[in-house]
Design a protein around this ligand. Structure first.
Ligand code: ADP
Ligand code: MG
Length: 147
């Protein structure tokens, strides 16, 4: 799809978040994992902001570039926590294992959004949903999402 301006990207993300809240937990498969990839300035962090808002999170979402990940509590529903990872600086997937990544990704009550997820592709579950962001021009982005 094409979005014109950050608000449209946030709206798309918020709608997806609400859809996920309505689907049953992936009890056998673990967390609901979404890999966000694509151009710098493509709108990955903007997407997470809209997604978090759609989940009812009031806190201001900023990129966890220096902390690798941030955690937000969810107010209601069967999911308990939203994890926001930014793997821009990760060179080897093993770098996230000491952060408890396996535990985080295997808990069905977590939603895990991962910017630069391609950097840890080898350790992501097979059912990870992928969303790709392409910079078209100043205010236009193409967003392609897998099933
Ligand atoms: P990334 O995390 O992929 O590097 P960001 O979300 O941090 O990207 O930055 C995207 C920038 O582009 C923001 O400054 C945002 O306001 C701007 N922008 C302009 N048009 C769009 C759009 N259609 N969708 C998302 N962001 C947009
Ligand atoms: Mg970002």
């Amino acid at each position: 799809m094409i979005t014109r301006g950050p608000e449209e990207t946030k709206k798309f993300a918020g709608e997806l978040a609400k859809k996920i809240l309505k689907t049953p937990l992936l009890k056998e498969k673990g967390a609901f994992a979404v890999g966000l990839k694509g151009d710098l300035g493509g709108g990955k962090t903007t997407f997470v902001q809209g997604f978090a808002k759609g989940l009812g999170i009031k806190e201001k979402i900023t990129s966890p570039t220096f902390s690798i990940f941030k955690i937000y509590k969810l107010k209601s529903g069967s999911y308990k926590l939203l994890y926001h990872f930014d793997c821009y600086r990760i060179e080897n997937p093993e770098e996230v294992l000491p952060l408890g990544f396996k535990e985080i990704i295997s808990d069905p009550q977590n939603i895990v959004l991962i910017e630069w997820a391609e950097n840890i592709k080898e350790i992501l579950p097979k059912n990870t949903k992928w969303i790709i962001f392409k910079f078209i021009d100043e205010s236009t982005r193409e967003i392609i999402s897998s099933k």
